[in-house]
Design a protein around this ligand. Structure first.
Ligand SMILES: [Zn+2]
Length: 430
């Protein structure tokens, strides 16, 4: 950056000179196809990161999340934690990136694992979400260490598995093992692609549940001899449409959730299955005539920090009870599948203030504070690790995540690496 008014500390400008290194690093990471599911090449990417960081005097730990969901000898859940000690004890700043990427999907015009550089953008699955962020954090740490070799405290860089499938073989496992204990790590930056001028403070809560309505099987020609579970579920859906959805629309939050449409309570009906199971694709016969005796619906309720999780659950139970009071023979089960509390780091927290100041200095603009509509690994750092000073901050455009022709802009990576490096200097008091 040479425009007037831009920060021009020589050591920060030095990040500019690392552009080719940053590009090559990002391309290398994209070319390791860490697809999840099933969880490919986790060891390979950890070993690549180890080979990169060991010569920079990082102590390397490779940690397999034995026994975590999905972990097997065929698909082991490997994680890396690299720690660089400073000259004297002090605070530790930790950059956590997930190494896994989602399936490729259709519609690509570039090689999803090629890492092609075109017009200042690097293309590939995981370029934006979030290998570009991982590469930027490594360049930031290296530039900082070269400029301030006598820094106090410690820098950690982790590459973790399975974020795209809940993080249980990654950050959750490390948090259980104490890697995010506040006595060991004080500040965490997760370089997820939230755009280089945004600080993401946290996420909404999640409550997944399965509802089953029950019926009685009978011959389809005499449905009056049975009891149709799908019609019972229809009554539940009707109640959702007429009372639950309008209620959710009225629950607005003070959390700065983006996009705007998610700044309230929402609920997705994830799936519904009633009656006979779908036949195999190559089956050419007809269904048999039966009244469905079971219908199951999975709901994905996202809730806001102003809501009490017990009320979120009770609201749905109340609807089921209301339908139950109105419909003869209505019976149901409800089972919680997954629950994550909402989290939002305070605006005054050290990592928020530090990254905000760095954005102002590097980009000459005020940061935007946002909250993610969905969860990410901050949930485990917060809940299991009990570490509150955590944000997501990184390069890349969030909307491109999981899309065909996903890319990350090189200038954005450079800018956010500068922000991360400046934040390191600030948080470590160098
Ligand atoms: Zn991600």
């Amino acid at each position: 950056m040479s425009e007037a008014g831009m920060i021009s500390a020589p050591w920060l400008e030095d990040i500019e000179a690392r552009r080719d290194d940053l590009i090559a690093l990002t391309q290398d990471l994209i070319r390791i196809p860490t697809l999840n599911p099933p969880g490919e090449a986790y060891l390979e990417i950890c070993e690549y990161l180890a080979a990169r960081l060991r010569p920079r005097h990082f102590e390397i730990e490779l940690i397999r999340a034995h026994g975590s969901p999905g972990d097997s000898d065929k698909y082991p859940r490997w994680n890396i934690v690299a720690r660089r000690e400073g000259r004297a004890p002090g605070a530790c700043v930790h950059f956590n990136s997930h190494t896994d990427v989602v399936e490729v999907g259709r519609g690509w015009t570039t090689d999803p694992f090629g890492g092609e550089l075109k017009d200042g953008k690097i293309y590939g699955r995981g370029s934006c979400d979030m290998k570009g962020g991982l590469a930027a954090s490594i360049i930031a740490a290296e530039a900082f260490i070269d400029a301030f070799p006598d820094f106090n405290g410690a820098i950690e860089i982790s590459g973790t598995a399975d974020e795209e499938s809940g993080g249980y073989g990654g950050v959750a496992y490390l948090a259980e093992k104490g890697y995010f204990d506040p006595s060991r790590v004080q500040h965490v930056i997760i370089p997820e692609p939230l755009n280089k001028d945004r600080v993401c403070l946290g996420h909404r809560g999640v409550w997944w549940a399965e509802i089953e309505t029950k019926g009685h099987i009978a011959h389809g020609s005499m449905p009056f001899l049975g009891d149709c579970a799908v019609r019972h579920m229809g009554a539940v859906l009707h109640e959702f449409e007429t009372s639950l959805y309008p209620a959710l629309a009225g629950k607005r939050t003070a959390m700065p959730v983006v996009p705007e449409g998610a700044r309230q309570s929402t609920m997705n009906i994830n799936s519904m299955h009633g009656g006979q199971t779908e036949p195999e694709e190559d089956f050419t016969g007809f269904p048999s005539a039966c009244v469905p005796d079971s219908c199951r619906m999975v709901i994905d309720r996202r809730y806001i920090i102003e809501e009490d999780p017990e009320e979120v659950r009770q609201e749905v139970v109340d609807i089921l009870e209301k339908v139950s009071a109105q419909r003869p023979d209505f019976s149901y089960d409800i089972k919680e599948l997954w629950h994550v509390s909402p989290t939002m780091t305070d605006n005054d927290a050290p990592v928020v203030r530090s990254v905000s100041r760095s954005i102002e200095q590097v980009l000459q603009k005020s940061p935007e504070y946002v909250v993610s509509p969905g969860t990410y690994d901050q949930k485990h750092i917060d809940r299991i690790g009990r570490l509150k000073d955590c944000i997501a901050y990184g390069p890349g455009i969030l909307d491109l995540a999981h899309q065909p022709d996903e890319y990350v802009g090189v200038d954005d990576m450079i800018d956010s690496a500068k922000v991360m490096a400046l934040s390191l200097k600030d948080l470590l008091g160098a």
